[in-house]
Structures are given as structure tokens and as C-alpha cells.
Ligand binder design. Sequence first.
Ligand SMILES: C[S@@+](CC[C@H](N)C(=O)[O-])C[C@H]1O[C@@H](n2cnc3c(N)ncnc32)[C@H](O)[C@@H]1O
Length: 169
Amino acid sequence: MQRFSFQPIGVIHSRHHVAAQTPIQPVYAADFPGTVEVFPAFAAGLRDLDGYSHIYLLYVLDRAGEPRLAVKPFLQDVERGVFATRAPCRPNPIGMSIVPLLRVEGNILHVGALDILDGTPLLDIKPYSRRFDCLTETRNGWQDEVDEAQARIRGRRDCPPASPAMPEG
Ligand SMILES: C[S@@+](CC[C@H](N)C(=O)[O-])C[C@H]1O[C@@H](n2cnc3c(N)ncnc32)[C@H](O)[C@@H]1O
């Protein structure tokens, strides 16, 4: 098969340094803002991004374990096919998070709700579009079996609440 190689366009800076203490999705990480540093060579591509409230970050899960095709997801103790989960240990360890875009300062994006480890290599940014991306009628696979209150607890993993004294990003 043809191989592909990508170069990082930037790096994600967050308050998360321990995988097991990092929320599993932005929806459980509201108190964790951070910054996305886009390398100067790519900064011209940020023009007009500030009109969007949310963006997709696509990144390399560079500290994921060995790929596995069957995993127990964070929200349930039942083995599932990796492609039916968001588990990091995938054949191609690509992460995807929809995060609020708070403001743009040159090549630095201030974002909210990070579920991403500090220093993670950034592959791409795409705008979240209500027109394209907001689906209201969906089936949610095994996740429909998970109680929402339990999901909120498990979704935080062992992440302590953010200290209000810490500066943004
Ligand atoms: C379940 S994954 C979901 C990531 C992304 N929102 C997605 O859906 O692709 C989130 C977990 O990935 C782990 N993680 C975050 N950044 C990582 C990195 N750079 N390398 C390996 N694991 C990472 C953290 O432990 C976090 O709890």
C-alpha cells in the first residue's frame, strides 16, 4: 500500500501532562483552556479562522500505546472494536477534538476544553461548521448503553479540577 507522511504544522500547549489524568473528550474538559501554536510557515492559513466559534484540531497521539484492534473504551468495561471507539491506541494514532476558539493572536490560537497532552504535534485545523457538521438524528452505538452521569465521572478520568489561579494556556 502507498504510504503517506505528514509534517506537524504546530504544537498544542495544554495543562495536561499525564494521560491518565486527562479528560477523554473536550465535553469533559471545559475548565482546561490552552493554546495552539501554529508554526510561522503556516500562519497565513489562519486568515478568516477568527470568524468561527469552534475548530477541529487534528493531531498525532504521539504517546499512545501499541495499536490494538479490540479495546475497552474509557466509558464502558466491554471490549469493542477500536474503530467503534475514540481510544488513542489506533493503527494510525490520529486524534480529533472540537474545541472552542477563544481568540487568535498572530500564530497563536487560544482555545478552550482541551483533552490533549501538552506538546502534542498538530496536523491540521478545520473550522467546525453548523451547516456541515451538526447532525441531530444519529445512532450512537454502544454509547447509548452508557448512563450520562457515569459518563461525566469516567470522562474526567483522574483529572483534578483546574486551579483558578493558573493562567490561561
Ligand atoms: C479518548 S482520547 C480522545 C481524543 C480525541 N478527542 C479523539 O476523539 O480523537 C483522549 C485521551 O487521549 C489521551 N491523549 C491526549 N493526548 C495524547 C497524546 N499526545 N498521546 C497519547 N495520548 C494522548 C489522553 O489520555 C486523553 O484522556
